[in-house]
Design a protein around this ligand. Sequence first.
Ligand code: AMP
Ligand code: GLY
Length: 425
Amino acid sequence: MRILVVGSGGREHALVWKIAQSKLVDKIFCAPGNGGTALQAENIDIRADDIAGLVRFGRREKIDLTVVGPEVPLTLGIADEFEKCRLPVFGPNKAAAAMEGSKVFSKELMRTYGVPTADFKVFGEAGAACAYIEKAGAPCVVKADGLAAGKGVIVAKTVDEAKAAVRQIMEGRVFGPAGDRVIVEECLTGQEASILVLTDSKDVIPLATSQDHKRIFDNDEGPNTGGMGAYSPAPVVTPALFDEIMKKIVYRTIDGLVKEGITYRGILYAGVMLTKDGPKTLEFNARFGDPETEAILPRMTSDIVEAMLAAASGNLGKFAQAGGLAWQTRPCVCVVCAAEGYPGEYKKGLPVSGLDAAGAMQDVMIFHAGTKKKDAGVVTGGGRVLCVSALGAAIRDARDKAYQAVGKIHFEGMQYRTDIAAKAL
Ligand code: AMP
Ligand code: GLY
């Protein structure tokens, strides 16, 4: 089979790496890819949001399955366009991807179908939102409705901070039309977990649990990032909690979508806060998490392409009957190496050394996030540069090995958190 992976981050390198292990696969393309995907796939110079260009490529190259990594093409309707051309695609269609593309849509769906989530109100106008914030008080959370590259959520400690966020979003239009509506919601506290499931709307197969680290600095300090590390499984999700999350969050949501006439095929990612009143949904994503994927996929022992083909064709039930997804028990820890200055401004084009030595370690996987191939070597090309993943007998072993591997890697100004997975020890 010929597979096309769309995207260019650490998640896409992990997908390419896992897809390359499938016995069904002869050739992988990655659009646009990075310095790491180039090791197992042929990088194609088409942007992830150039849907017409990707469809043309898919038709010309007779692609048997297209796997979409990032949210932007999904919310733009890439799956719909591929399906129109009878090209199999892994990822939800535009209506289903609204679970991530519109927070108002997903929150209202949760309210309608009794999915536990923070109490909220929707506003189409800044004055009304600010008046409500004054009445409700702080802390509270302000969210732009649409996609904002992970920056659209402000957890405000004071009323002034919340009102400033509303004004920036609705009057300053910092996220453009994504800020036409805002949500003001109750601030939840607790540990977070990422629950990813594979679904075709008829059947649901959960992936291994995981936990992300969103803040840039140790002890969850500093600004939010795309994610500075992850580990799988997340022991905080006990079997009883897992069952509750599946029943009250995952099944209710997928059934709710079906009742709304929406078929969801692909990965549904629930960001869950484990509050003292039980698990509550923070958000849904319509795709694999990044960097969760870099901690989850090294543990998967099944052929991921079989699973994706089953979900894409609506035959997940058969796949489940044949055994479904299998996992090794060993945990995986992934540490992100980022550029100096990230998540703000940062330099690009800095030479990266030590990748071969780190990658040669047993049970260590180096997933490139923001790199480019240059001459014989690799240079930085993004804020999150590398994800260093390691499997170990216990979380502690996996963590120690990941940090040993990180110790072999160098580029000017490299920063990483030193407390990834500490919460799980
Ligand atoms: P989201 O993009 O919705 O996942 O939000 C990003 C981060 O903001 C989450 O991972 C949480 O840490 C935080 N967050 C979102 N909603 C809430 C909430 N209602 N209460 C507290 N923190 C939240
Ligand atoms: N790790 C958070 C996300 O993928 O959205």
